[in-house]
Design a protein around this ligand. Sequence first.
Ligand code: ATP
Ligand code: MG
Length: 418
Amino acid sequence: MIQLIRGFKDILPGDIELWQQIEKIAVELFEDFGFKQIRIPIMERTELFKRSIGEDTDIVEKEMYTFADRKGDMITLRPEATASIVRAYIQHKMFAADPVQKLYMIGPMFRRERPQKGRYRQFYQIDAEIFGVASPLVDVQLIFLLTTLFSRLKVADARAHINSLGCPKCRPGFKTALREMLMSVSDRLCSDCIRRRDRNPLRVLDCKVPACREALVDAPSILDHLCAECKEDFAEVQQSLDRLNVPYVIDKRLVRGLDYYARTTFEIQTGSLGAQSAVAGGGRYDGLVKELGGPEMPATGFAIGFDRLAEICGLNSADLQRTPHLFVAALGAQSQAMAFEWICSLGLAGIRAEMDFSGRSLKSQMKRANRLGASHVLILGENELEQGTAILRNMQTKEQTTVGLDHVVENIKQVIFA
Ligand code: ATP
Ligand code: MG
């Protein structure tokens, strides 16, 4: 038997209902806030991700599924959505009609990481981006959207962590201070962090190795290095989160390694996921549109890990399961033929109806109706056909009603939706 690839998974009926509900609630929320859906390809030129995510990130260094296609072009299965959405924004000159574009997408991402709970090689993200607005108020709006979504999904114990990454004016000063500090604790850092120290010191701050985290408790805070504009910007973020009653914690360790990230950065974390505590991450990336060949354009966005969200979602999955409204227990060839026409009409009328196609006994058909969780059974034998009526049995109350076979769909509808 051929099994699926390690780190990949199937999402089967029984679980999918929860995924569908989460997606429905997310889509409704985004649309209510004026976001439009965008669908981007699963694959892009490798170059796009290298340039936008950055050569010395975990993703580009070791997680991408990259291969040469038959002509030798290097292509990569998308590890995230922002790069493609920015590419689409530029390629289709979406900024020409209106620089302000609010976009969202939901779909699979691919990263070749070590599979474990909450970490897969194909996973799903819900992603939103806002182009063309420099005001920190839209960062707040994104955080507000996230916390609203999480509360609609009854996620307990989710909290927004926020930080500012400064701007190209004030960040270099912080980097220098940080690098100096890292030099003094070099003997306690992992080999990855030694390399990051020299190439991209910000990234040392989000190393997950416990010894590194300990070595960094006294690391300088970027918040002490912000220029006046960035300070004001970050203060405005906090004030408007307060006004919207969105709880948050300031987390000076929250960083993104790339130069085009600026100012507000945020994450939604939860205690209920164990080691994989981040359910969503995002922030402002004002330099990226230009970096990828577009105009100078502010932008901000987030990505939610769908799989982790499904894990901590408080909606009751049992309530979301859809069982048949009706099982037609037809006895005899003539009854079966009629039942078949009816279940087709019932389906059109929004009544989920099932039947047996193999001429089994009434007893075994009733058993199957029970197993499917049908709320009603319509019993149709030769006698009933002759009399022009059938028996409709409520499987919960065991109550039986006689329904006329003329206009049977209407009659059934009336009883079932009474
Ligand atoms: P992590 O720190 O867990 O590796 P990340 O910083 O790589 O996360 P992002 O690139 O910010 O994650 O992606 C946004 C969200 O996507 C994460 O917060 C997480 O919920 C989810 N995510 C990332 N990688 C995976 C994965 N391999 N499997 C499942 N979900 C993932
Ligand atoms: Mg990761």
